[in-house]
Design a protein around this ligand. Sequence first.
Ligand SMILES: Cc1cc2nc3c(=O)[nH]c(=O)nc-3n(C[C@H](O)[C@H](O)[C@H](O)COP(=O)(O)OP(=O)(O)OC[C@H]3O[C@@H](n4cnc5c(N)ncnc54)[C@H](O)[C@@H]3O)c2cc1C
Length: 417
Amino acid sequence: MNAERPAVEAVACPSATIVIVGAGQAGGWAAQTLRKEGFTGRVVLIGDEAHPPHERPPLSKAVLSGQALPESTQLMKPEAFTALALDWMPGAQVSRIDRAGKKVMLTDGTAVAYDKLILCTGGRARRISLPGADEVGLYTLRTIEDALALAPAFSPGRSVVVVGGGWIGLEVAATARLRGAEVVVVEAQARLCERTVPAEISEHLLALHHAQGTRIMLGASVSGFAKGADGRSVVHLADGSALPCDAIVLGIGLVPNDELAREAGLACDGGVLVDARCHTSDPDILAAGDVAVITNAWAGRRMRLESWQNAQEQGMAAARSALGLAVDYQPLPWFWSDQYGMNLQIYGVPMPTHRVVRRGDPASGSFVLFYLADDVVQAAIGPNAARDLRFARRLIEQRKPVDAERLADPNTPMSKL
Ligand SMILES: Cc1cc2nc3c(=O)[nH]c(=O)nc-3n(C[C@H](O)[C@H](O)[C@H](O)COP(=O)(O)OP(=O)(O)OC[C@H]3O[C@@H](n4cnc5c(N)ncnc54)[C@H](O)[C@@H]3O)c2cc1C
């Protein structure tokens, strides 16, 4: 199988073609890495967006608030991008993978042959199908165009309903509020970010948003939308109440763009299944980024990692693997979110079975929760605690037992642990 081929074979083969589908963050890193590893063959980067590879985190923060231009999100300076000598196909969409013929088909009928194919197709914002959804304008946030369309909706005196109290919803809410809009967040679950953080962090997020004057409605389900007589939109809730507003933003999760893989018969389960070499069930096809599902050693289960870190590192890993280099991608998940100047970071995957050790006073706005199994730190999460969390990462990766009392004591420097 190709992964066992010596690295030089693929790298030294200038006639080989590696096709990357999806020119987002993972695709951009895959392309860069192929060149960095010395691949001199043809690299085709196909992306259905008009933009060169870029990062999305600023789209809900600095770009949405108008503090940064969309161009600032680009992964590489234009000269560096040009220097990669890619066959870059912007605004081009792949409609089918022909595995037998080893080529991808574009919607305009073009066929592009590959020796190795890397799928970095990411995901799209989930939409909602409820009564009235087509009557009102429902914003979502995934692309530069989405951010530019949404930004004008946030201004003093305007009211915004954000459906979904997850990361995108909360960041959008924070940006809208900072721009002076009245904001209501409607969340169906009993707490914020329930899927990804423990209750104490949900409480912290709730308090943060309340303090900024945002109304958060927990356990509240949207039943439909309507256009009001005054031309404004209305969000109807299952309890019969109604929220009139000027703009509605959906932050209800991501749908992986795995249709190409599924239709080509690749193994998928809520995304494209890959192993630690980023291989799909076809040894000539790899996948990385938001679309890829991998068994994560830290979580002990299959998961998609929707994060900046994973898009970069798995994109790089997939490129190396495509070249036949030895790859064993076992990421410690890392995610961050910025809201109202608060920086929250999560390393690892906190689980209900873990013992929780708190360091620092939540009232101070800066603390860390450590998640331990048998005195070994498995995960850590905390607001405004970047320095401690950097050390926490080392503790997690080293898998060495720690003294929980010293861990909890802010007077014991993390470096001593
Ligand atoms: C608003 C926002 C804020 C975020 N903030 C944070 C944060 O603070 N911290 C954090 O860790 N993570 C954050 N993330 C997550 C992070 O940005 C993503 O995990 C990352 O962008 C995933 O990269 P990707 O390359 O896998 O997918 P994408 O960047 O989505 O790239 C996939 C690309 O493939 C294209 N494509 C799909 N199908 C086809 C096809 N058939 N043919 C051609 N092209 C195709 C898509 O159009 C897209 O351009 C944020 C995401 C968003 C949207």
